[in-house]
Design a protein around this ligand. Structure first.
Ligand code: BGC
Length: 272
């Protein structure tokens, strides 16, 4: 899918993308860099993949660096924000994107599977959002760069509203992100910090490869998507750019579903 021609909507802005080394995070990092943002590609383990994303951005004329940190660990998050401040002076955009699945039937789910998914997907978003908000408040307004003091985008999922058997840890984390995002948005709107979520449906990334790697599975997945195609990371990147730009300056506390209609209850189209 071709990238949208750059309009420099994020010129002079510093953007941190957690989990930016693959999947949706990599798509968001590239889309934001194409709009003029300087991008920090955070990764937990995939050093080579993060380096490849940074190289791709640089080859396209953009600015990017990678930084290792596990978002579920407070010390790592503090170290990452120190790095961002020291290297770039401040931050304007946080994309809280890191997320994992550790699937199991409910009765078989271990505490470790439950806890790790909550730690990365939910606590990781809390820790990074808290540090980003602290940095926005410390820095103060820069109206020549952006109307808002700062922008936070939480990567949620259609599973913030669609229950998901076999994935209760994941669905719980995404439901939690919805009210984390809204409560933070309510508290920080008076400070001119805008906080929103993107709720993707099935996007072609490594996280759901096993649900679409045979023609039968892909066909079955497509029955859930009225728009008739699996999404691409750039579909989400484009929404993230808009949410981070001043074009959405009056938008805060909302989830944008980018899901090809997955949340339209397609099973009811000729039934019920
Ligand atoms: C999950 C994917 C899944 C999609 C739609 C996402 O949040 O990570 O594995 O394909 O939701 O169910």
């Amino acid at each position: 899918m071709p990238a949208t021609p750059s309009a420099n909507r994020l010129q002079n802005q510093i953007a941190l993308i957690t989990g930016g080394s693959s999947g949706i995070g990599a798509g968001v990092a590239k889309a934001m860099a194409a709009e003029g943002a300087t991008v920090i590609v955070n990764f937990a383990h995939s050093t080579d993949e993060a380096a490849a994303v940074v190289k791709e951005i640089a080859d396209a004329g953009g600015q990017a660096v990678s930084f290792q940190a596990d978002v579920s660990k407070e010390d790592d998050v503090l170290r990452m924000f120190d790095f961002v401040r020291e290297k770039f002076g401040t931050l304007h955009i946080l994309v809280n994107n890191s997320g994992i699945q550790m699937d199991a039937k409910f009765v078989d789910m271990t505490l470790e599977q439950w806890q790790r998914v909550i730690d990365v997907n939910l606590t990781g978003q809390f820790l990074c959002a808290r540090e980003a908000a602290r940095e926005f408040l410390r820095r103060g307004p820069q109206p020549e760069i952006s109307s808002a003091l700062g922008k936070i985008i939480c990567m949620s999922s259609v599973h913030e509203v669609i229950p998901w058997a076999g994935h209760v840890n994941y669905a719980t984390s995404k439901g939690g992100i919805m009210l984390l995002m809204k409560s933070m948005a309510q508290e920080l709107a008076p400070e001119k910090i805008r906080i929103n979520s993107i709720a993707p449906g099935a996007i072609a990334t490594p996280i759901n490869l096993t649900a679409r790697d045979t023609p039968e599975e892909e066909k079955s997945l497509l029955t859930l998507i009225p728009y008739g195609r699996i999404g691409q990371p750039l579909d989400i990147g484009k929404v993230a750019v808009w949410l981070a730009s001043d074009e959405s300056d009056y938008v805060t506390g909302t989830s944008i579903f980018a899901d090809g209609g997955m949340t339209l209850y397609p099973g009811f189209a000729d039934n019920g």
